[in-house]
Design a protein. Structure first.
Length: 269
């Protein structure tokens, strides 16, 4: 029987008409697929946790990258990405300056209109008066995120730095126009370009969530006597920034826990 087994293997291996199976290669391939699957599940679970307490996370109202759902809906995606891009644009047009003054009234008017558009889109669609789509959710969210950054940016300059400028943010008008042009440009990049990032797309949105919450928290942390207008270099904002990031993750965790509690209470009613 042993001789027959050896002979059968020799025949199979030498006959090109009979397919051979390298069990070792199959085992290695299976192990690699298993490890990849576990990594994808870890990423998916992390992203779901990131947005669980912040958003409804309905798939039909959310974007996907590499088959993985973005942690928040299309409107919230616009808010968080818009905030980050707006901060970057303001820092770019004010290169070398630290404006602590709020913008002039035309900027306030535009920001109010952008926020009102998002509110109108959300309220009229939720009430059933009209049907919206992810493109409208994204663009109105971007407008709100851009606007929020215009308020947070000068507050950070005023609270963090020992020396800041009394100038107004987005002043003169060319800075305002450059910032405004960023809204449709960002929409185009996110709508047509972001899905090409694959899984990097939802991960990028997760980073934007943490950045946005941390920037807002940093305004509050910077008011503490130990940090209030103490920084003279970037090194001086490391500690308050780290505290703000830690608070942001705590807020995300608490928001998720609160959603679990509220959904549990709703099921008992």
């Amino acid at each position: 029987m042993v001789e027959r087994s050896v002979r059968d293997r020799e025949v199979v291996g030498s006959n090109p008409a009979i397919p051979t199976i390298d069990l070792r290669r199959r085992a290695v391939h299976t192990a690699r697929r298993s490890r990849f699957g576990r990594r994808v599940r870890v990423i998916t679970d992390f992203l779901q946790w990131m947005g669980f307490g912040l958003c409804h996370q309905l798939p039909e109202r959310s974007f996907f990258g590499g088959g993985v759902q973005v942690p928040v809906c299309a409107r919230d995606t616009g808010i968080y990405i818009g905030f980050v891009v707006s901060v970057a644009l303001i820092a770019l047009v004010h290169s070398g300056d630290r404006p602590r003054g709020f913008p002039r009234w035309p900027v306030w008017a535009l920001m109010g209109g952008l926020v009102a558009l998002m509110a109108w889109d959300g309220l009229t669609s939720y009430s059933g008066l009209r049907v919206t789509n992810n493109a409208l959710r994204l663009i109105t969210g971007l407008g709100t995120g851009f606007s929020a950054a215009v308020l947070v940016y000068p507050m950070l300059q005023d609270e963090l730095w020992r020396r800041s400028d009394s100038t107004r943010v987005l002043d003169p008008v060319w800075r305002f126009l450059a910032w405004s042009a960023g809204i449709p440009a960002t929409f185009a990049v996110v709508w047509w370009g972001a899905p090409a990032l694959g899984v990097g797309y939802p991960l990028l949105v997760a980073v934007c969530i943490v950045f946005t919450l941390s920037a807002i928290n940093l305004v509050i942390v910077a008011m503490l006597p130990a940090f209030d207008r103490r920084a003279e270099t970037l090194r001086g904002i490391v500690t308050p920034s780290a505290i703000a990031v830690a608070v942001s993750f705590a807020e995300i965790a608490f928001a998720g826990y609160l959603r679990i509690v509220l959904e549990g209470m709703a099921r008992t009613l």
